[in-house]
Design a protein around this ligand. Structure first.
Ligand SMILES: Cc1cc2nc3c(=O)[nH]c(=O)nc-3n(C[C@H](O)[C@H](O)[C@H](O)COP(=O)(O)OP(=O)(O)OC[C@H]3O[C@@H](n4cnc5c(N)ncnc54)[C@H](O)[C@@H]3O)c2cc1C
Length: 309
């Protein structure tokens, strides 16, 4: 595990990491590429003394370079589940050790599902230039990261209305200044009342989709939100209880040239030589869809830049 980046006279020269029970240091001949992801890249920069100076001082970290945008401008997508029981034993609840063995041996079978088998995009706000709601469809229960799923082996399917244009003040900051502990992730989800409107519409549309005759053979009872949840206020209360990230954090080491930018157009950390960040954290603005492919693209682009440096 990487603990910190060593900076000497304004240049990143090495990395300290913990492995096999002790700390080690490696020195870089050319440059260092930080790819810890949107949560951990800013954490590693901050524990290395690169970040908002007041926050670093608060944690007793010597300021190597004051970079106020590190850990700021966190952006993400958020979802909640609309779950129906399924009348046939064909959902992911049926997957057990046999299916696991099949996956490992042949790369096939029920557990080769990517969990989000289908999806779609909608505009709830007609004035929005792009979709503000995304649906993911899962052939099983998907409640609170799966931690809320029943374990009784029953079958279900889930539609997850997801906010893909949620704006707000969000951040990753240090809890203790120790990279082996989790940083504080401030998602601060509902700063904008409009986000509720989008999700409330999403619940209603999900119910309509599930009521379609194509699902007559499979549709059981509404498990969540449940038939008692009907008015907008009731749906809002349900959303508050079941909202979660859809794991698309970006933006905490954003690219740009303004005061809050962390990296330049070649992914180089402003003010520190020999250090780039190449992961989802550099996206200045989150896209309205899933983030994995763009993250791979950032890595590929970084590889090209290094080759031609
Ligand atoms: C459960 C889940 C499901 C997802 N599903 C989808 C999906 O279906 N479609 C989609 O498009 N996107 C999906 N995503 C999002 C996608 O995975 C991310 O957008 C993408 O992986 C971001 O890439 P990254 O390189 O920025 O970070 P990561 O892939 O998170 O890579 C960061 C790496 O750094 C390592 N690291 C962190 N700190 C340290 C340290 N101190 N020392 C050493 N190593 C460290 C981590 O272990 C990790 O391997 C999902 C994410 C999650 C968590």
């Amino acid at each position: 595990m990487v603990l910190k980046i060593i900076v000497t006279d304004g240049r990143a020269t090495g990395v300290t990491f913990f492995a096999y029970g002790k700390e080690h240091t490696v020195n870089a001949r050319k440059e260092i590429i930080l790819s810890g992801g949107t949560i951990n890249s800013p954490q590693i920069l901050m524990t290395s003394g690169i970040g908002p100076k007041d926050h670093l001082k608060e944690h007793g970290i010597a300021v190597v370079h004051d970079l106020p945008g590190v850990g700021q401008d966190l952006q993400d997508h958020f979802m909640m589940p609309v779950v129906y029981t399924c009348t046939k034993p064909i959902s992911l609840s049926q997957a057990g050790s046999k299916e696991q063995a099949e996956l490992y041996a042949k790369g096939k079978g029920m557990l080769s599902s990517n969990i989000a088998e289908a999806g779609g995009f909608l505009k709830i706000d007609p004035k929005s230039p792009d979709p503000d709601l995304q649906f993911h469809f899962s052939p099983g229960y998907f409640i609170l990261d799966g931690a809320g799923n029943p374990t009784d082996g029953s079958d279900a399917f889930t539609i997850m209305p997801s906010l893909v244009q949620s704006k707000g003040t969000r951040s990753v900051t240090l809890a203790p200044a120790d990279p082996s502990t989790k940083p504080l992730i401030n998602h601060n989800i509902f700063q904008n009342e409009k986000d509720y409107d989008v999700l409330i519409a999403g619940v209603k549309i999900a119910r309509k989709i599930i009521a379609a005759s194509a699902l007559d053979e499979l549709r059981g009872k509404e498990y969540l939100p449940g038939s008692a949840v009907q008015t907008d206020e009731e749906i809002k209360a349900y959303i508050n209880k079941y909202i979660q990230t859809i794991y698309h954090p970006v933006g905490t080491c954003k690219m740009g040239s303004d005061d809050m930018a962390v990296v330049d157009h070649k992914l180089r950390v402003h003010g520190i030589a020999g250090l780039r960040v190449a992961d989802a954290s550099i996206m200045p603005t989150i896209m309205n869809a899933n983030t994995n492919a763009p993250s791979i693209m950032i890595g590929e682009k970084c590889a090209d830049m290094i080759r031609t440096a």
